[in-house]
Design a protein around this ligand. Structure first.
Ligand SMILES: O=C(CO)[C@@H](O)[C@H](O)COP(=O)(O)O
Length: 223
């Protein structure tokens, strides 16, 4: 299993001070920057794109950037995120005409590739592409907005994904996204997640380090 990683979702950061916000959350102990890309088509919201990702790199952010593309069609924006310096690029199977090709595009660009599953999307497709994914992201809310409640049945799905990863023998991150907070992170980790996206739970508090420390203390009880 991969080491635990905390990935604050900058969707809940102050966009007017984005560089400073990312610096601050990394200084507070975050491992990965979770970068939500919404197109007002695949999801009913509009956020940030590759220019902002490139701007964060230019500003000096060296931490891994995990670009979650909620964009349809997805292929034509993948190259822009590779150029912009994303580390992970993940997309939803429903948003790609050719899932295997989209994964290959990401990997050919030198990035790590991942698939994202909405709460009601089955994991079936994974069995055909397990050798091409570096991350599996399970949405524990319907995508589009921060600040929603964790959907409990995702815990069963996490166990299912964890079993698939363990059976593959590959190093694949299992990321969870939506409604993650200090109160539920331990149960989520126990179900198999190793990478935890949290937006409002971190950015809506004045002391990011206090939240991240509290999350790590919960995770330390799992392993
Ligand atoms: O992708 C999304 C929402 O679509 C998430 O990354 C949210 O931004 C998570 O926010 P919280 O539920 O942690 O507030």
């Amino acid at each position: 299993m991969q080491p635990f990683a905390i990935a604050p979702s900058i969707l809940s950061a102050d966009f007017a001070r984005l560089g400073e916000e990312v610096d601050k959350v990394l200084a507070a102990g975050a491992d990965i920057v979770h970068f939500d890309v919404m197109d007002n088509h695949y999801v009913p919201n509009l956020t940030i794109g590759p220019m902002v990702c490139a701007a964060l790199r230019k500003y000096g952010i060296t931490a891994p950037i995990d670009a979650h593309l909620m964009v349809k069609p997805v292929d034509r924006i993948i190259g822009d995120f590779i150029e912009a310096g994303a580390t992970y690029i993940t997309f939803h199977p429903e948003a790609s005409e050719h899932i295997d090709r989209s994964l290959q595009l990401i990997r050919d660009g030198g990035c790590k590739a991942g698939l994202v599953f909405n709460p009601a999307t089955p994991l079936d497709v994974l069995k055909h592409v397990m050798d091409k994914v570096d991350m599996i992201l399970l949405m524990s809310v319907n995508p589009g907005f921060g600040g929603q409640k964790f959907i409990p049945h995702t815990l069963e799905k996490l166990k299912e994904a964890r079993a698939l990863i363990d059976a593959s023998g590959r190093e694949i991150r299992l990321e969870i996204d939506g409604g993650v907070n200090v109160q539920n992170i331990r149960e989520i980790a126990a179900a198999g997640a190793d990478t935890f996206v949290a937006g409002s739970a971190i950015f809506n508090q004045p002391d990011y380090k206090a939240v991240i420390d509290a999350m790590r203390a919960e995770l330390a009880q799992v392993r």
